[in-house]
Design a protein around this ligand. Sequence first.
Ligand SMILES: NC(=O)C1=CN([C@@H]2O[C@H](COP(=O)(O)OP(=O)(O)OC[C@H]3O[C@@H](n4cnc5c(N)ncnc54)[C@H](OP(=O)(O)O)[C@@H]3O)[C@@H](O)[C@H]2O)C=CC1
Ligand SMILES: Nc1nc(=O)c2c([nH]1)NC[C@@H]1CN(c3ccc(C(=O)N[C@@H](CCC(=O)O)C(=O)O)cc3)C=[N+]21
Length: 289
Amino acid sequence: MSARIIDGKEFAGRLRARVAKQVDRVVAASGRKPGLAVVLVGEDPASSVYVRSKGKATLAAGMESFEHRLSADVGEDELIALVDRLNADPAVDGILVQLPLPRHIDERRVITRIDPDKDVDGFHPVNAGRLATGLEGFVPCTPLGCLMLLRDIHPHLAGLEAVVIGRSNIVGKPMGQLLLQESCTVTMTHSRTRDLAAHVRQADIVVAAVGIPGFVKAEWIKPGASVIDVGINRTDAGLVGDVDSAAAEVAGAITPVPGGVGPMTIAVLMRNTLVSAARREGVTLDDDL
Ligand SMILES: NC(=O)C1=CN([C@@H]2O[C@H](COP(=O)(O)OP(=O)(O)OC[C@H]3O[C@@H](n4cnc5c(N)ncnc54)[C@H](OP(=O)(O)O)[C@@H]3O)[C@@H](O)[C@H]2O)C=CC1
Ligand SMILES: Nc1nc(=O)c2c([nH]1)NC[C@@H]1CN(c3ccc(C(=O)N[C@@H](CCC(=O)O)C(=O)O)cc3)C=[N+]21
């Protein structure tokens, strides 16, 4: 049997349309558009591509895009000063500093400098803590996008066995928190996990965020399981995920790469930016976001 292919691109398009529809409410209430500032340090080609698509998506949603491109050798203090200006700028509702940063810059210092209430990436420790304790804040875009896809497949997530592969602060850990909040039984796995295959075999839901092409094998997947492939790996064969393509023969539903989680990440960034603007302006949004 072949898995249902989860069309993340289509789902993301619908989310972006719902965002665009509600942008007008912020405009009507405040006389200004929601604004997203994206900071790119250096000229990594992949990062440039993401930043460009974020800017395009922001404008397409009817929001304001502020792009700041700094040279790779910019000083840490200069970057911090820019973050301070964006924190203070009333036209900016969301701040995203594209990662990774060059090695001479302390990523943690930059991320913790962002006003948590403009941290639409959800990377600030205050937002990580809010997520972990069930407070309102910003949830990282990639795992929130994965959860939206999973909710669509499983109207009842409670009690399902979920295995998350990878424990990064930007994907794996918040993904685990979200699934726990949905009352899944969550197993967090990583490079020191013994017998990963045995864990994955139990899972109704597998989220792979490893960064190794084709790492998750078809034989590990429980027949009918839902598989979310977060991996974005550039290989000679093109863009591939962390899940072996043969897994589509075993899974019940699976996200493709490209066209799966990636487009969701950008759509949720638009969503988070609108939510930030609405909070700041005291505007109520529909709960279909
Ligand atoms: N689609 C999207 O929008 C996004 C995609 N990505 C992609 O997702 C992937 C993961 O990203 P990110 O979380 O930032 O990556 P990191 O490199 O930060 O984390 C990778 C995780 O995988 C674990 N890991 C590595 N090797 C193994 C192994 N042999 N067995 C089990 N676990 C292992 C690591 O474990 P340990 O902690 O023990 O080292 C680590 O927790 C990448 O391909 C990235 O490009 C990332 C962000 C957004
Ligand atoms: N502060 C910060 N926030 C991020 O959210 C962030 C980041 N830094 N650094 C890099 C990662 C990666 N990331 C992706 C976004 C979109 C696609 C995406 O749209 N991918 C398309 C393909 C696009 C392509 O060809 O690369 C797809 O999967 O279909 C992928 C990956 C956001 N990240």
